[in-house]
Design a protein around this ligand. Structure first.
Ligand code: FUL
Ligand code: CA
Length: 640
């Protein structure tokens, strides 16, 4: 018998005679391991248990078909016809989302609550004759459903006359005070990083640049929130409880460490975090179920499928971050039916997959044991506060599950006990099949959780977690096994807006770079990429619309992938043709604000016309970049 296996048998009390000869004295208690490196605050530790929640972008933009309002929109435009907070909350719950964060105010400055601080608010809208309060209705609906509630309050305010001056920061703090004192407990408060640029600013209509950290004095704003809402995690700037994952595609780095250097945020480190970083600043992965953050009828056909959402879950929650999934209400003030169907399919699949830990009933034993309070069996008890550990100094170690015969699984979930810090640097998972050990996966970082999906189910006799590298003894709170349940497919729909053309019959005739089909696949995550164009060598794509259509304009969706060194086009030349040979000009100009808002642009022709072919030419990128990226092209006909 090797030393390791003999010791592991002793530890689990299985070696012959140990039980019989053990003295009747209580075993001496061993102290828990000392924390390693940065650790979460109690508020952050609670937040890690939340896993996924809903982001709800709803405001003036919902009614103007924009992603970023300029700030001069009339409050009268805000008029949901059938607002139903309970329906929105029910959709979030169906999706398995365990909290909800509402945009109380987006960049355009319009406030969804009847604030005493500005006239640019719901009081001056037709909704409930100015007596409505969307923040209150959402907060109450969340409370009824037992869902924690949070708020987004855009620091950038394109309506406010004082934006850029000290007086605005006082206004912003007063807004936060109203929100943190009127609506009960908040679990998260979201500060958007988009800050400064052109806007209405009380009629000045100019560009205002600010130096955000200096202007806002974030630590004091974070302290204000913590004073009024001690359980609310603040999102994003240095000093806040949570960091941005560095993209809006829903993908965390692999690994994604919850620690960072104590320095202002930088996007590259934000995605993967920094092992051994001085502060606990875990990532939140934010992404929208649709291409845009706000509802647009022409994106009804582009809602992410349940299969896509599962992949996003694996690449965010499965890498130890929390997923903040945006589900935007439509102009009725409800989550659209298609999005509800998809959320339900996604939520059902996740619930069914993780309903039962198949490792329960296995016998757990380890190469090394710290003592009775740190038993290997603690990884099977479904309790995130109990964990297996080894003696100090024993870092390379392993934990084996002797499975119940016939246990078949294809999903593995591991969790570390985070109050003691991130301890495991690298680990492997092995399975014993037919008497031989086979490595299934090897990764860096476990942290809050690590989900590993196998290509197909396996039914080994034993499964093993091998800690390959760690600076401190491990503290593993879970080693669970599941059998994945696939989501029920939800067929895509054609837009609910009759003016939006169905592009399924469209085809690329000619393009200046390969893969132009990606413009037509209804998927904003696949992009058409090419070297940045010039006026001499423009980018160009010609599309056959399949049959002559009444074309009133086109839409262009930029890529939201912010780390590709690419930018969207600055402007466009659109031409149409009946035969693909003779071309007529249709429209030309610049896209408004495309580089920063990265939102779908809808360009109407001066006059609708019959056309079989559409040709688009792009001569420049919107900002200096190595490459041009476009995610999608669509078209619309005149509304009848
Ligand atoms: C970004 C904003 O500019 C978007 O409009 C959206 O609110 C997103 C969550 O954050 O920075
Ligand atoms: Ca446990």
């Amino acid at each position: 018998m090797t030393e390791i296996s003999r010791r592991s048998l002793l530890a689990t009390g299985l070696a012959a005679g140990t039980l019989a000869t053990a003295p009747a004295l209580a075993a001496p208690r061993t102290a828990p391991p000392k924390p390693y490196g940065a650790v979460p605050s109690p508020r952050q530790w609670r937040w890690h248990g939340r896993e996924q929640y809903a982001f709800v972008h709803f405001s003036i933009n919902t009614f103007t078909d924009k992603e970023w309002g300029y700030g001069d929109e009339s409050p009268k435009l805000f008029n949901p016809t059938d607002f139903d907070a309970d329906q929105i909350v029910a959709a979030a719950k169906a999706g398995g989302l365990r909290g909800l964060i509402l945009t109380a105010k987006h960049h355009d400055g319009f406030c969804l609550w009847p604030t005493t601080l500005t006239e640019h608010c719901i009081r001056n809208s037709p909704y409930k004759d100015g007596k409505g309060d969307i923040v209150r209705e959402m907060a109450d609906a969340c409370r009824r459903a037992g869902l924690p509630f949070g708020l987004y309050l855009s620091p950038w305010d394109r309506n406010h006359a004082d934006y850029g001056r000290p007086a605005y920061v006082d206004y912003y703090r007063a807004q936060l005070t109203e929100l943190c004192t009127r609506y009960g407990e908040l679990f998260e408060v979201w500060f958007d990083g988009a800050n400064g640029g052109d806007g209405y600013y009380g009629g000045a209509r100019e560009a205002r640049k600010i130096d955000a950290p200096r202007y806002y004095d974030w630590p004091s704003i974070v302290a204000l929130v913590h004073r009024l809402q001690p359980n609310a995690c603040t999102f994003d700037p240095l000093g806040a409880d949570i960091r941005w994952v560095g993209n809006e595609d829903g993908v965390a780095g692999d690994p994604c460490w919850p620690t960072m250097p104590n320095q202002p945020y930088d996007q590259k480190n934000g995605n993967a975090g920094v092992r051994g970083g001085a502060i606990w600043w875990p990532a939140e992965t934010d992404v929208s179920i649709r291409p845009g953050w706000f509802y647009h009828a022409d994106e009804d056909s582009k809602v992410k499928s349940p299969e896509r959402l599962i992949r996003l879950y694996d690449e965010s929650v499965g890498r130890g971050t929390n997923l903040n999934l945006n589900i935007p209400p439509d102009r009725r003030g409800r989550i659209p039916d298609q999005d509800v169907r998809i959320l339900k399919s996604f939520g059902d699949a996740i619930r069914a997959t993780f309903a039962r830990d198949l490792a329960k009933g296995a016998v757990a034993h380890a190469s090394h044991n710290r003592g009775p309070d740190f038993e290997p069996a603690h990884v099977l008890d479904g309790n995130r506060e109990t964990y297996w550990s080894t003696p100090d100094g024993v870092t390379v170690s392993e934990l084996i599950l002797d499975l119940k015969p016939g246990t078949s699984f294809d999903v593995i979930r591991l969790r570390e006990y985070l109050p003691l810090g991130v301890r495991v640097t690298r680990f492997a998972i092995d399975a014993e099949i037919g008497g031989a050990w086979r490595t299934l996966a090897e990764h860096e970082c476990i942290s809050a959780q690590r989900i590993i999906r196998l290509p197909a189910p396996i039914a080994p006799r034993r499964a093993r977690l091998r800690i390959v590298e760690a600076p401190a003894c491990p503290a593993i709170s879970e080693f669970a096994l599941f059998r994945s349940v696939a989501p029920v497919p939800v067929p895509p729909i054609i837009s609910s807006d009759p003016s939006v053309l169905d592009t399924s019959g469209w085809r690329i005739v000619e393009a200046s770079a390969p893969d132009a089909e990606r413009l037509l696949d209804n998927d904003a995550a696949t992009i058409w990429l090419q070297p940045a164009p010039t006026h001499d060598r423009p980018a160009r794509v010609t599309i056959d619309l399949g049959k002559p259509v009444e074309l009133a304009g086109f839409s262009l969706t930029p890529s939201r992938q912010v780390m590709t060194g690419a930018a969207p086009p600055k402007g466009y030349v659109a031409e149409t043709s009946d035969d693909g040979t003779n071309w007529k000009p249709a429209a030309s100009g610049e896209f408004s604000n495309i580089a920063y808002a990265l939102s779908t642009q809808r360009i109407a022709f001066a006059t609708p016309r019959q056309a079989r072919y559409l040709r688009l030419t792009f001569a420049e990128t919107a900002v200096t970049a190595r490459r041009l990226a476009i995610a999608g092209i669509g078209g619309f006909t005149a509304t009848r």
